[in-house]
Design a protein around this ligand. Structure first.
Ligand SMILES: Cc1cc2nc3c(=O)[nH]c(=O)nc-3n(C[C@H](O)[C@H](O)[C@H](O)COP(=O)(O)OP(=O)(O)OC[C@H]3O[C@@H](n4cnc5c(N)ncnc54)[C@H](O)[C@@H]3O)c2cc1C
Length: 376
């Protein structure tokens, strides 16, 4: 997409978010409402199938445009940004990368328009960073897998219409012992459990998934049996770019709010921006935001060219998410007491930003991935 069209798309997303998201951000946050209708309206704009090729009903755009969309959304509402990232990168991204043509035709057009909301389930109560030791198991019985177990922390666990679920089909804790199954809502034996009451990202729904003798057609297996863990790691390579973009959006939102406030708020007879103690905070924040964006754009370029992105997406995600937390923290400081209230947006950036250092692999796990690549 050319620069002019990209700017037009950013403008379109910005206007939508200003009108349809901004007025409701705190109401959704406080009530922990996942705004399904807004999500579907974003689907009508093509924002739920940004990377999905046009032949499967998507917008067929590249990673830079995808990052643009998430940043525009996240600078106003991290929760909607997180949901958008999980739907696009994880659920649709997994089917797009590893589904066969029939599977892509069957599921992607509905996901790309948000007629269906997508979920992706790897994590369990006892296995987060160490996902390979998952307990949820699927046993082949005729032409169906019988799935038993539970997944935790699943974005769209309740409202999702379809989920890509990583299950154990072989030996425990062996990478070739995991497979990826697509499971439709309403399949007997598939229900959702507890919804998490979270610190931040409260308008993004996070719940448990429960499988009790849930029978899934064998034709819902993505790729080969036993290839699910490798697939999940590849999906996360792309997904981490989206969490980095989410973090960048939050950091940009926090920086913009703090800059405006520093020019407006007077103490000792002058704007607080005149104090070096404040302006240097803004300088650090602005520098880190630009550095984070460069790392993200580098990962996008590699991804667009189809090159390996494991190290670069981990670097982008690690750095951008830590920057989001630092920027949000400093923004609260610049707002002083007002920053500690719900009357200004920075307390929400502060709460939401923390998810970015945890979801899709913690900062420690990103360092582990980066170190492994560096030491190769
Ligand atoms: C809002 C939200 C949405 C989520 N959405 C999804 C989703 O849609 N799908 C999904 O599958 N999962 C999802 N997750 C789960 C998320 O990916 C996990 O929470 C994350 O991977 C960390 O796992 P854990 O919470 O079990 O932490 P743990 O793995 O228990 O980690 C605890 C601490 O130990 C550290 N640690 C662990 N192992 C090491 C190590 N080897 N070296 C150094 N430090 C280590 C971690 O960095 C962390 O600080 C979501 C989580 C949240 C909070």
């Amino acid at each position: 997409m050319g620069d002019e069209n990209r700017e037009m798309m950013r403008q379109m997303v910005r206007e939508f978010v200003e009108k349809q998201v901004c007025p409701h951000v705190m109401e959704w946050d406080e009530a922990q409402v996942f705004p399904v209708d807004t999500f579907k309206a974003m689907g009508q704009l093509g924002l739920m199938g940004v990377l999905v090729p046009e032949e499967y009903g998507g917008a067929g755009l590249g990673y830079d445009e995808y990052v643009d969309v998430i940043v525009e959304v996240a600078r106003v509402c991290g929760s909607v940004g997180l949901s958008l990232a999980a739907h696009n990168s994880l659920c649709s991204g997994h089917i797009l990368a590893f589904g066969n043509d029939e599977q892509k035709q069957r599921w992607l057009p509905k996901l790309a328009t948000a007629e269906w909301i997508g979920a992706w389930a790897l994590t369990e109560a006892n296995t987060g960073s160490d996902a390979l030791r998952m307990g949820t198991a699927a046993v082949l019985d005729g032409d169906e897998y019988v799935v038993n177990g539970a997944k935790n922390w699943i974005t769209h666990g309740k409202s999702g219409d379809i989920a890509v679920v990583m299950v154990r089909t072989g030996e425990k804790a062996r990478s070739h012992g995991v497979s990826a199954l697509v499971i439709k809502k309403g399949t007997p034996g598939f229900t959702h459990g507890k919804k998490e009451n979270k610190l931040g990202m409260r308008a993004s729904e996070t719940t448990e998934l429960i499988f009790d003798n849930c029978r899934v057609p064998r034709e819902n297996l993505l790729g080969e049996e036993g290839d699910g863990f490798r697939q999940a790691m590849k999906v996360l390579d792309g997904g981490r770019i989206s969490i980095a973009a989410l973090a960048l959006g939050i950091a940009k939102g926090a920086l913009a709010a703090a800059t405006k406030y520093a020019k407006e708020r007077h103490q000792f007879g002058q704007p607080i921006a005149n104090f070096q103690g404040i302006s240097f905070k803004l300088a650090d924040m602005a520098t880190e935001v630009e550095a984070a964006e460069l790392l993200i754009r580098q990962a996008c370029a590699l991804k667009n060219r189809g090159e390996d992105v494991t190290k670069n997406s981990a670097m982008a995600k690690y750095y951008a998410s830590e920057v989001a937390v630092r920027c949000a923290t400093e923004a609260v400081q610049i707002f002083g007491g007002y920053g500690y209230t719900k009357d200004f947006p920075v307390e929400k950036y502060y709460r939401d930003s923390k998810l970015c250092t945890i979801g899709e692999g913690t900062s420690e796990i990103q360092k582990l991935v980066i170190a492994r690549e560096v030491l190769k």
